[in-house]
Design a protein. Structure first.
Length: 221
């Protein structure tokens, strides 16, 4: 990222590896070298343009009505009350189950016994591998969930746009298409369900383990 004048200077130079202090960005009509310092505006010149272009009325007009929103916003039908009205049919916002089972006193941690490895990923795992924000693949568990809800492929959107739905985010965990899992010989969100030896999506394997009451661990750094 750069300031607009600097972007123009790079464009005039025709390259981004220029040293503006020692190299000219071009030649003037007189054939002499022109440096960035020759054309860079002074603070006074910038202020003069600012004062001639921006007036207090611009801010007053905008901020007087900024909370009103657009006409489309004003015409939206919205429920009343202090609590949010959850819509079970929504695929964007879903009431997360976490608070339904949360108690005042946290449950003591239990030992991990006889767990299977869900993923073996080595080092350099980032938050984007764990919870990607990119496109929802058409053959993913999240896509299947959306299709069951009547959402067409063109409206799948991204994990980032649907992060308000815990059902989508659970299915999107480790769904990065560049995930490298040493348990399979391909790149992507696949793993091996150890008891059956079947290769499947990470979410599907995790669900199989949970339904069977089998704990899982992840090897990563």
């Amino acid at each position: 990222m750069a300031s607009p004048p600097l972007v123009i200077a790079y464009a005039l130079a025709g390259r981004c590896d220029i040293d503006f202090k020692t190299e000219p960005i071009g030649k003037g009509s007189d054939g002499k070298d022109v440096f960035l310092s020759d054309i860079w505006p002074t603070r006074e010149e910038v202020q003069a343009v600012t004062h001639a272009s921006i007036t207090p009325d611009m801010f007053t007009k905008n901020y007087d009505t900024i909370l009103d929103g657009s006409e489309m916003w004003q015409n939206l039908e919205a429920p009343t009350g202090k609590l949010y009205t959850w819509d079970e049919s929504s695929t964007y916002i879903h009431n997360p189950p976490f608070f339904q089972s949360t108690e005042a006193q946290p449950t003591p941690l239990s030992d991990i016994k006889d767990a299977n490895v869900l993923l073996n990923m080595g080092d350099s795992i980032t938050t984007d591998h764990i919870s990607p924000a990119g496109k929802i693949a058409t053959d993913s568990p999240a896509a299947r969930y959306l299709q069951e809800k009547g959402v067409g492929k063109k409206d799948f959107n991204t994990y980032g746009a649907r992060r308000g739905n815990d059902e989508i985010m659970a299915r999107g965990t480790f769904a990065n298409v560049r995930l490298i899992n040493k348990m399979v010989d391909q790149v992507g969100p696949e793993t091996v369900h150890v008891p059956s030896g079947k290769q499947m999506a990470v979410f599907d394997a995790a669900k199989e383990y949970r339904d069977a009451g089998i704990g899982t661990i992840i090897l990563a750094g």
